[in-house]
Design a protein around this ligand. Structure first.
Ligand code: SF4
Length: 573
């Protein structure tokens, strides 16, 4: 096997290297008087599942004497939930913790996890410990390691296919979990139990990651061809299940997907994962490990903007990448099966579970669980969980599924939604069900403009426009982010909106809800207030000239950017 070259390393690589397996000075800083962590600790904290943030709404707040209050620091805490599968107790623990230590809201993420926001430094340890007490973890929810493994969350019973995908998500999460004991030393032990000084530090073997972990974050998702609900092509490794005789016999591996882009850096781009190979079920862990090791040893550690595995796959070419995976695996890879993604299901509403029980998907707009006015999502979900103790699933579209429901309880559960101002999926338009946003302002430090706080009203505008044109039954996916980092996967839906400047967005078209095609930039620097009117002539054109069953995204892709711009009276860009 060829030895990798030793290139120059970024500051963060040097930090990880000297961090005593991700400890750094976090323990000391947890007990000092400062209300913030140092920059180095902020970087290391990500590997423990937390980002330090400050509330941008409060940055300009003033004291009574007119002086600025300064930044109001707090932490976001992300919980890793493979396949989005949680018990009622675990879900309730997050609802309790958000009230006890956070800002009173929980966010269901686009990677099937939980996020708490607004946890001040002094409460960070207690909040993380609280999550661990519920037998969930924040370890590796963020950072340069394999993050939450996504899988189709549909809880069909007596069905080997769905169980198998969800079991695989757990197995991959366990297999690729960092082995460092720093997490337990820092967050799980009591104050006296912290092992923080050099003399006590005993490194453990990190057999997969080595001393400096991965060059960048790493993501895995598992889906079925007829239901790409976890967007496998946007993952570093996407696994598409191959089913024969109602059993999964293996998976097509796709490698090198990723959404993040830096517009000022022309070398960055969004990419869809490429087919690598067919992998038999019992070889999945070994091949995933081999892929991770290729990225570990050959990924770019000098420039973090080139460090995602998509750049390695594209720079090497898929053939060369495949050779390297084979070398680590110690055997050849089999050619991928000829299979395509053909569908998507958001799993909302009532479904027969297959064992006489039902499951019920409840759409949570942009994943934000909160009580506000008459819409009391947090109290409503709490009531359902406390009353029935259902297991639950978090979907990749930031929503929740309740499992194991006795059909006799259906009406009472629907009444709980009504009592708390919530709607069933069939009372929502498809465009609202298939929309999602990242959190952006006020807490995300990278956001350049709004996303979560403006998307609901924008969807209302879209709904009115679609109704005006008689297109209200169309499923149009809309993903919005407050910056180009792409946390809500905005480069693949029918309509992608990416924050470019304050109140202005890059408008992407031509993707689709199946998530198997990249959208193109249709227009740039579009003011929020003009997005609907810019789309209006295109919807009219779609209505006039679409083919049978053609989606809006497929139509835009077929017509192409220039034709659409011409139709809308825009100068070709
Ligand atoms: Fe923040 Fe940008 Fe991610 Fe949105 S896409 S959460 S603004 S980093």
């Amino acid at each position: 096997m060829t030895s990798p070259e030793v290139p120059k390393r970024s500051k963060l690589e040097l930090l990880k290297d000297g961090s005593r397996q991700l400890r750094g000075t976090i323990a000391e800083e947890l007990t000092n008087d400062s209300d913030e962590f140092t920059g180095d600790s902020c970087q290391l904290l990500k590997h423990h599942g937390s980002y330090q943030q400050d509330n941008r709404d409060l940055r300009k707040a003033k004291n009574p004497d007119g002086t600025r209050k300064g930044k109001a620091f707090s932490c976001m805490i992300r919980t890793r939930v493979p396949g989005g599968k949680v018990t009622a107790e675990q879900f309730l623990a997050e609802l309790d913790l958000c009230d006890q230590y956070g800002d009173g809201t929980v966010r269901l993420t686009t990677r099937q996890g939980f996020q708490l926001h607004g946890v001040i430094k002094g409460n960070l340890k207690a909040a993380i410990k609280g999550i661990n007490d519920s037998k969930l973890t924040t370890l590796a929810a963020c950072g340069d390691v394999n993050r939450n493994v996504m899988a189709c969350p549909a809880p069909y019973k007596n069905n080997a296919i769905f169980d198998s995908m969800q079991d695989m998500a757990y197995a991959l999460a366990e297999h690729l979990k960092p082995k460092t004991t720093s997490y337990f030393d820092l967050w799980i032990t009591d104050e006296a139990g912290n092992k923080t000084n050099e003399a006590e530090f005993q490194p453990v073997e990190e057999p997969i990651y080595g001393k400096v972990y991965l060059p960048r974050k790493f993501k895995i998702g598992i889906a079925l061809p007829e239901d790409n609900c976890v967007d496998i092509y946007t993952q570093d490794i996407g696994l598409l299940a191959i089913v024969e005789n109602e059993e999964i016999i293996g998976y097509n591996f796709y490698v090198g997907g990723g959404m993040g882009v830096t517009p000022s850096n022309k070398k960055t781009y969004a990419a869809l994962a490429k087919p690598l190979s067919f992998v038999e079920k019992d070889q999945v862990l070994a091949v995933a490990e081999a892929v991770v090791k290729v990225q570990r040893d050959f990924g770019n550690r000098e420039d973090r903007k080139q460090a995602r595995m998509k750049y390695l796959v594209n720079n090497l070419g898929i053939e060369k990448f495949r050779e390297k995976v084979s070398e680590f695996l110690g055997g050849p890879l089999i050619a991928p099966r000829d299979i395509e993604v053909t569908g998507i299901d958001d799993h909302m509403g009532w479904h027969d579970q297959g064992d006489g029980k039902l499951f019920f998907g409840v759409n949570i707009e942009n994943g934000r669980i909160k009580d506000e006015g008459d819409l009391r999502i947090k109290t409503g979900l709490r009531k359902i969980l406390e009353t029935y103790q259902f297991d639950a699933r978090i979907t990749a579209k930031q929503s929740v599924i309740f499992c194991d429901i006795d059909p006799a309880d259906r009406e009472a559960i629907e009444q709980i939604l009504v009592d708390h101002g919530m709607k069933k999926a069939d009372e929502l338009t498809l465009i609202r069900r298939f929309s999602m946003s990242c959190p952006a302002l006020p807490m995300c430090g990278l956001s350049v403009t709004e996303s979560e706080r403006v998307l609901p009203d924008l969807i209302t505008e879209f709904e009115e426009e679609l109704a005006r044109q008689g297109l209200q039954e169309e499923r149009i996916s809309v993903n919005m982010t407050g910056c180009p980092n792409g946390c809500a996967r905005p480069y693949i839906p029918d309509v992608g909106l990416v924050g470019k400047a304050v109140g202005k967005y890059t408008l992407f078209l031509g993707g689709n809800s199946l998530g198997n095609r990249l959208a193109f930039i249709y227009d740039d620097m579009v003011p929020l207030g003009e997005i609907t009117s810019r789309l209006s002539p295109l919807l009219e054109y779609y209505k006039e000239e679409r083919q049978t069953d053609e989606s809006f995204g497929d139509f835009c892709h077929r017509k192409g950017k220039e034709t659409l711009q011409e139709k809308a009276g825009l100068t070709a860009k």
